[in-house]
Design a protein around this ligand. Structure first.
Ligand code: AKG
Ligand code: FE2
Length: 189
């Protein structure tokens, strides 16, 4: 997180004074995932497409391939799933929704999913890093202004965002947009 904020032009002092520099404002959670081998892996998913809600997620796994990220449409082709290569002794870092908000859209939250293997069980541990319950996260003041542009999102707590996602799904972030409109029919009871 520190390196990411540095890359956005914040100084060490600004980072230390932000919520990232205050351990009382931070909390963590871990998901332990187990994806058993499946004889017909093309007919199932281990984890459906989603974005993580926190700032960043650090994923460690047992070396069995399966994590895929959705690459957005570009000059090379339409949106497509890309399998994250398995590199021994490394972590995968996913950008979550709150980093997207904090960076005012400069770092994009990544849509990802988990597929399963025909022959091997896949195990992963996902470590989520985010703000404490009552801490609201909005675009950093250093990244908004007359030169950089207006804040795109209103401040939100981690819990509020999780609740929004349970009803609005992939439209939750859009609903936080300051001029945001939610597409009709996307709210499920
Ligand atoms: O199993 C993985 O590699 C990813 C897990 C994940 O995306 C999650 O727990 O949110
Ligand atoms: Fe995830």
């Amino acid at each position: 997180m520190h390196a990411m904020l540095l890359s956005l032009g914040l100084s060490e002092e600004e980072i230390n004074n932000s919520l990232i520099g205050d351990s009382t404002k931070i909390k963590n959670a871990i998901h332990l995932n187990s994806y058993p081998a499946c004889p017909d892996p093309n007919r199932v998913l281990g984890l459906v497409p989603h974005t993580d809600t926190g700032f960043v997620t650090i994923v460690y796994h047992n070396g069995v391939s399966g994590l895929q990220v959705l690459r957005r449409k570009d000059d090379i082709g339409p949106a497509r799933w890309v399998t994250v290569p398995v590199v021994p002794d490394t972590f995968v870092v996913n950008i979550g929704d709150l980093m997207h908000v904090l960076s005012n859209g400069r770092f994009h939250n990544v849509v990802h999913r988990s597929t399963v293997s025909k022959t091997n069980q896949r195990l992963s541990a996902a470590y989520f890093f985010g703000p404490q319950g009552d801490v609201k996260v909005g675009p950093l003041s250093q990244l908004t202004g007359p030169k950089q542009g207006l804040p795109l999102y209103r401040p939100v707590t981690w819990l509020e965002l999780q609740k929004l996602k349970s009803t609005l799904h992939d439209k939750a972030l859009e609903s936080l947009k300051i001029d945001g409109k939610i597409e009709e029919g996307c709210v499920r009871d």
